[in-house]
Design a protein around this ligand. Structure first.
Ligand code: PMP
Length: 296
């Protein structure tokens, strides 16, 4: 699904067949989860592939590396260029791009000084599908930001996401919504969260979440359309009586939520502000000029 015989990936300055690339099994990333990554999308536009907010994504990759003391001997502009080449070499336009910084062989619990970069791409439909989601309040909390850098995309952080998703699926739900260690709503396993009540759009503030690029984009669009957006802490009960709730993320795009535990959102998705924002997102990501006018 992620690659076939023709797929090309970028590895430490070389273009290789994905099926022939090799990795060191003693890598610190493999054993102790110290690596950083990004999730980026390219969209077909009239002017060719448009990698949405490419620069911002690679800047976040750099930021994530810094937070883990991982060497980052690359320039953001160079990585943007490589990401466009990657799309071209794989003959893709609408695709997901996965850069990963992984480390050399090292079993010590201190950041390994040997940095590697790989970048791969594949076609990927919206991560949570197109149907409205039945969401579970997870029994897993987001890690306390004093334990790990929750604001960075560190490979090891995602064991928390995997536990929460496993639980949600096991219990018959589509996805998990996690609370932070103080009991406030934080985010999904790999998405930021919003809900709308009495015409006001609410989303958790930065602090216990990954500062999503899609989140910032949706906030900007909502403000452009004149809708009030409030970033504040709230508990699940505050969402009761809300019109709509949704997740945002690069892989997910904008995904509607029909219920969270026993809280239901009854308004027809297509009549909500969330749907309007989703339409705006879809229109802009496929338009090079318009996507540049947004954040970053
Ligand atoms: N939260 C988490 C935990 C994520 O993994 C992601 C995906 N990167 C997001 C939120 C959404 O971030 P973005 O909109 O930048 O993709």
């Amino acid at each position: 699904m992620y690659y076939n015989e023709n797929s090309i990936l970028y590895l430490d300055g070389q273009w290789l067949k994905a099926s022939e690339a090799k990795v060191n099994l003693y890598s610190q990333t493999m054993h102790h989860g110290n690596g950083v990554f990004e999730g980026i999308r390219s969209y077909g536009s009239a002017a060719g592939p448009n990698i949405f907010k490419a620069k911002q994504h690679f800047e976040r990759l750099k930021f994530s590396a810094e937070r883990m003391a991982i060497k980052f001997p690359y320039s953001v502009d160079e990585l943007v260029k490589i990401s466009y080449e990657l799309i071209e070499k794989n003959n893709l336009e609408n695709a997901y791009i996965r850069p990963l910084i992984y480390l050399g062989a090292n079993m010590k619990l201190i950041t390994c000084g040997e940095t590697h970069i790989m970048m791969a791409t594949w076609e990927w439909p919206p991560y949570l599908g197109d149907e409205s989601l039945k969401v579970m309040i997870s029994s897993y909390q987001r890690p306390n930001p004093k334990s790990i850098p929750i604001e960075a995309k560190v490979t090891g952080n995602y064991t928390n996401s995997i536990l929460a998703t496993n639980e949600a699926k096991r219990e018959g739900y589509d996805e998990a919504l996690l609370l932070d260690s103080d009991g406030y709503v934080s985010e999904g396993s790999g998405q930021n969260f919003f809900f709308v009540k009495d015409g006001v759009i609410y989303t958790p503030p930065l602090g216990n979440i990954l500062p999503g690029i899609t989140r910032a984009t949706i906030i900007e669009y909502a403000m452009e359309l004149g809708y009030p957006v409030v970033e504040k802490l709230f508990v699940p009960e505050d969402m009761r009586g809300g019109e709509v709730a949704f997740f945002t993320g690069t892989a997910t795009e904008v995904a509607s939520i029909s219920s969270i535990g026993d809280i239901e959102f009854k308004k027809d998705w297509k009549e909500t502000v969330a749907y309007e924002l989703f339409q705006m997102y879809r229109a802009r990501v496929t338009n090079e000029e318009l996507s540049e006018s947004a954040v970053g």
